[in-house]
Write a protein that binds this ligand. Structure first.
Ligand SMILES: C[S@@+](CC[C@H](N)C(=O)[O-])C[C@H]1O[C@@H](n2cnc3c(N)ncnc32)[C@H](O)[C@@H]1O
Length: 248
């Protein structure tokens, strides 16, 4: 089945289909390294003990759980388009249940007030968000001045040997395992969507255009994934006016 890259229904249906075996495939296909990547993303948030954190595109909640594990007073809001992904997340919450709320919603129009989060994170999600500029502006809007955004996303490795090996793995091995255990089309979509994702520098420029400062990136595992960090400036004490709010 071909994947339609337009926003909305397709992404939701794709993740609805793969939700039941999403975690299993993550562990298998990454050889378990995905957990380390998520921990690195949460560390990069450098959260205070009583932080309120947005986990955008939370999926089955692995990042939300990693954030909640960082301190017993941290509160997390996990937002995702897919009802089935959130359904798979709920039984995993365990003792953190009271501190993690899961809400169905979109990154482009977050169900949160302005300047309420100390940190925002999105792991393996921004690649699937079609209106990326809108989503980045939403992350900025919900962050308090000084709050950090951390984006964890697949990248194209820069070293030719690793790039070749990884390309072969992601083009040939990954879709086969995906179709055996879950949904082949969805796991063919993964390397396709990594190929069309902006370069590291282009994505940093998008973060800057959304208002983030101190933007930087850091490659993990030879550049198979990249961590992007930025902050809403401390000096930005007033929420930004949208065009429709601006005085005429
Ligand atoms: C690859 S999963 C990542 C899930 C999780 N963050 C993780 O680390 O495993 C991508 C998730 O992004 C969600 N998603 C895609 N586009 C979205 C959007 N525009 N708004 C909210 N969630 C979205 C999908 O439903 C899916 O659960």
């Amino acid at each position: 089945m071909a994947i339609d890259y337009r926003p909305g229904q397709t992404t939701r249906h794709l993740f609805d289909r793969i939700a039941p075996r999403y975690d299993l495939l993550n562990r298998l296909l990454s050889f378990g390294i995905d957990r380390r990547w998520r921990r690195a993303a949460v560390q990069a948030l450098a959260l205070p003990a009583d932080a309120r954190v947005l986990d955008a595109a939370t999926g089955t909640g692995d990042v939300a759980l990693t954030v909640a594990a960082a301190h017993p007073r941290i509160q997390v809001v996990g937002v995702d388009l897919s009802a089935n992904m959130l359904h798979a997340a709920r039984p995993k919450l365990g003792p953190a249940r009271g501190r993690i709320s899961l809400v169905q919603g979109s990154c482009e129009s977050l169900p949160l007030a302005a300047a309420v989060c100390d940190g925002a994170v999105i792991a393996f999600g921004i690649r699937n968000v079609i209106e990326r500029e809108a989503a980045l502006k939403e992350f900025y809007r919900v962050l308090k001045p000084g709050g950090r955004l951390v984006v964890l996303e697949f990248s194209r490795p820069t070293r030719p040997l690793l790039a070749g090996l990884y390309r072969c793995y992601s083009r040939h091995v990954l879709p086969r395992i995906g179709s055996l255990l879950s949904d082949g089309a969805a796991y063919r979509y993964l390397p396709d969507s990594v190929d069309v994702f902006p370069t590291r520098q282009a994505f940093l420029a998008m973060m800057q255009a959304a208002g983030f400062r101190q933007v930087r990136h850091h490659d993990l595992t030879g550049g198979i994934v990249t961590l992007y960090c930025g902050a809403r400036p401390v000096s930005d004490l007033c929420p930004r006016l949208s065009d429709s709010d601006r005085p005429a």
